[in-house]
Design a binder for this molecule. Structure first.
Ligand SMILES: Cc1cc2nc3c(=O)[nH]c(=O)nc-3n(C[C@H](O)[C@H](O)[C@H](O)COP(=O)(O)OP(=O)(O)OC[C@H]3O[C@@H](n4cnc5c(N)ncnc54)[C@H](O)[C@@H]3O)c2cc1C
Length: 597
């Protein structure tokens, strides 16, 4: 123990600070970058306030104890930690599952942008718990888009109510990023009991909530190959495989031929059961195809896109939680004297030290920029569903472009901010009691699952820039340029103006370079390009938030917004042009002999 650190005097400081949703901030971001209309605007405050109460009252108290206990596999059944089941029951009773689902299936039809704020709260409060509804939401979107009317009637309504939950079964030991390598089999069958169906067999690994005790049935969305399927990703079909086979009235009946073999022992999210699943130890699990044969990956992309947005939201959520924890700790931890104050002034809370303030402000600026980006992407998804014709296509292209950036940039930055949260605590950050270490451990999965961040970068450069030669990106950059004009000419806005102008120049240059580059060279520069994209888009949104606060906000709020935006410009945007050499340095990477690594 270092000098001056008396742990017994600091017992209060050792427990995690309670989570409080940043409601004013969330509402402001929604109003500025994802404005709601009609009924959604009327109910938004009530929804956010109720969600904040549920997150703080029901989920937050579970987070640390559940992390210690973890989920366990006992006698072939997964048991979640104490409190998870009750919280899930109350969540379902309050109707939270159907918030952004279609009214014809029992949902409330509210915009994804509003639901995104709510999902942020669940994940800040208890990410391990929140993963179950997060996956279920993706499975709901999948069945809404691709399920047959019978599948929708029997399964979808129960998933929207939360009575049953959905999972995503893609990964196999030899098929992670490359789903074309998957081997699970689906053999067509027909009998009186199940009609036309398939018998599924094979092993899936890393399946989140592949088994659990939160509800009565689990609906697995499984990728597998039919016997004559072509090799690679063109031979993959999608199947709905319930844990319990329902009768015509929807009562869960006979146990299907599938089970959780093992739970993975992980770095974080200990309470989220990550299952090795076995299908077809006997005659094969009964399943039904969703969508056309060999088009399963396309259908699964509906689920993956939904999850990618929400995993990005997890990055924001955990960073917000880490920031709140670090801020409160810094207010109470007394240590040393601030620089520039007479020596006899006595020790002060560490929040008065310039370097601690730097860390906190940098954390806060990062969180605000990420939040704005996730809500912006969610608003594009909403528009892509409500608009028609050209406007619909343009909103869809915007959403497609932003999703890999949201997923990867927000999760990478989420880890950085959670790590900075540990640093603010000093030694106590490395000790589990404060919770700061848990946020870092939990945050670390988000850049990996749902397509690693390397795969997101490939998607951004290879697919999203490649398919229209950067046109959708340039449309976005034109909007950024329009905001630059608003920043010009005022001294206090100068850092924002300069940072955004230089960042945007770099982003446009990098985009033009990558559109013309050979695919392998472009791939080698894709991750730094995604980081540049996120950094500049975040800066643009910070400027918009600060400008909006100046136009209509209360004076203290507007001052804080301007100061946070300046901090973002100095701490994040200033680095933007520095990404260029790495983006354009693909030849160095490719020219390096892997044998020498
Ligand atoms: C806790 C947890 C929960 C999960 N939940 C689920 C779930 O519910 N359902 C599910 O199906 N899966 C789930 N996964 C699996 C997860 O999606 C995969 O781990 C992830 O997609 C990466 O696959 P992999 O682990 O096989 O890594 P690999 O594919 O082996 O990748 C290893 C490294 O190589 C890189 N790489 C691989 N291919 C390329 C390429 N073409 N270009 C550039 N880089 C490449 C990757 O970016 C990575 O850095 C979960 C995983 C974990 C750890």
């Amino acid at each position: 123990m270092g000098p001056g650190l008396c742990r017994d005097d600091n017992v209060k400081e050792r427990a995690p600070m309670p989570y409080a949703a940043p409601l004013e901030e969330m509402r402001f971001v929604i109003d500025t970058v994802a404005p709601l209309d009609g009924g959604a605007a009327d109910v938004a405050d009530a929804v956010l306030e109720e969600a904040a109460k549920f997150a703080a009252g029901e989920l937050d108290p579970l987070n640390q104890p559940a992390d210690r206990i973890g989920s366990v596999l006992e006698n072939g059944v997964v048991r979640t930690p104490p409190g998870f089941r009750e919280a899930y029951r109350r969540y379902v009773e309050a109707g939270w599952m159907g918030l952004a689902c279609a009214p014809e299936h029992g949902g409330q039809g509210l915009p994804v942008s509003l639901a995104t704020a709510v999902v942020e709260m669940w994940n800040s409060a208890c990410m391990s718990w929140a993963l179950c509804p997060l996956l279920n939401f993706g499975a709901i979107e999948l069945l809404q888009a691709h399920g047959s009317p019978e599948q929708q009637k029997l399964y979808l309504d129960r998933m929207v109510s939360g009575e049953w939950t959905g999972t995503m079964n893609l990964t196999e030991p030899q098929a992670g990023s490359d789903l074309g390598a998957l081997r699970a089999r689906a053999v067509p069958a027909r009998d009186e009991r199940w009609g036309e169906h398939y018998r599924i067999s094979g092993q899936k690994i890393f399946i989140t909530y592949g088994d659990h005790d939160l509800c009565d049935n689990i609906v697995h969305m499984v990728l597998a190959r039919t016997p004559d399927a072509p090799p690679g990703s063109r031979g993959i079909s999608l199947f709905l495989v319930p844990k319990f086979l329902p009768d015509a009235a929807g009562r869960p009946g006979e146990r299907n031929d599938l089970r959780a073999l093992r739970l993975e022992d992980k770095l974080g999210i200990h309470a989220s059961p990550t299952c090795v699943m076995s299908y077809g130890d006997g005659e094969g699990a009964v399943g039904w195809r969703v969508g056309e044969e060999n088009r399963g990956l396309e259908c699964m992309f509906t689920m993956m896109n939904s999850e990618r947005l929400l995993v990005g939201v997890q990055g924001v959520a955990i960073a917000e939680r880490a920031y709140q924890q670090a801020r409160e700790y810094a207010r109470t931890r007394v240590q040393g004297q601030p620089i520039g104050v007479p020596r006899d002034a006595g020790p002060v809370p560490i929040i008065h030290h310039p370097d601690v303030r730097r860390m906190l402000l940098s954390m806060r600026a990062g969180v605000e920029a990420m939040r704005a980006l996730t809500y912006l992407a969610a608003a594009a998804i909403d528009r892509s569903r409500s608009a028609e014709g050209k406007a619909q296509m343009s909103a869809q292209r915007r959403a497609d472009l932003l999703i890999p950036v949201v997923k990867a940039w927000c999760t990478d930055l989420g880890v950085d901010i959670a790590s900075m949260g540990v640093q603010v605590h000093g030694g106590m950050g490395y000790i589990e009691e404060t919770g700061a270490a848990q946020y870092l451990r939990d945050a670390r999965i988000a850049p990996i699952y749902e397509g690693t961040n390397g795969i997101q970068a490939n998607d951004l450069v290879g697919r999203k820039l490649g398919r229209d030669q950067g046109e959708a990106a340039r449309e976005l950059f034109a909007e950024m340029r329009a905001s630059l004009a608003e920043l010009a000419g005022r001294a206090e806005w100068e850092p924002m103006h300069r940072g955004l102008a230089e960042g945007l120049d770099a982003l446009e240059r990098a985009t033009a370079y990558l559109v013309a580059a050979e695919p392998a060279l472009a791939a080698a520069g894709s991750a730094p390009y995604l980081a540049l994209f996120g950094t500049v888009a975040g800066g643009w949104l910070m400027a918009r938030l600060a400008l909006a606060a100046q136009r209509g906000g209360e004076a203290g709020f507007a001052t804080a917004k301007l100061a946070t935006a300046r901090c973002y410009a100095e701490h994040y945007l200033a680095r933007a042009p520095g990404y260029l050499p790495a983006i354009m340095g693909g030849a160095t990477v490719l020219g390096f002999d892997p044998e020498l690594l």
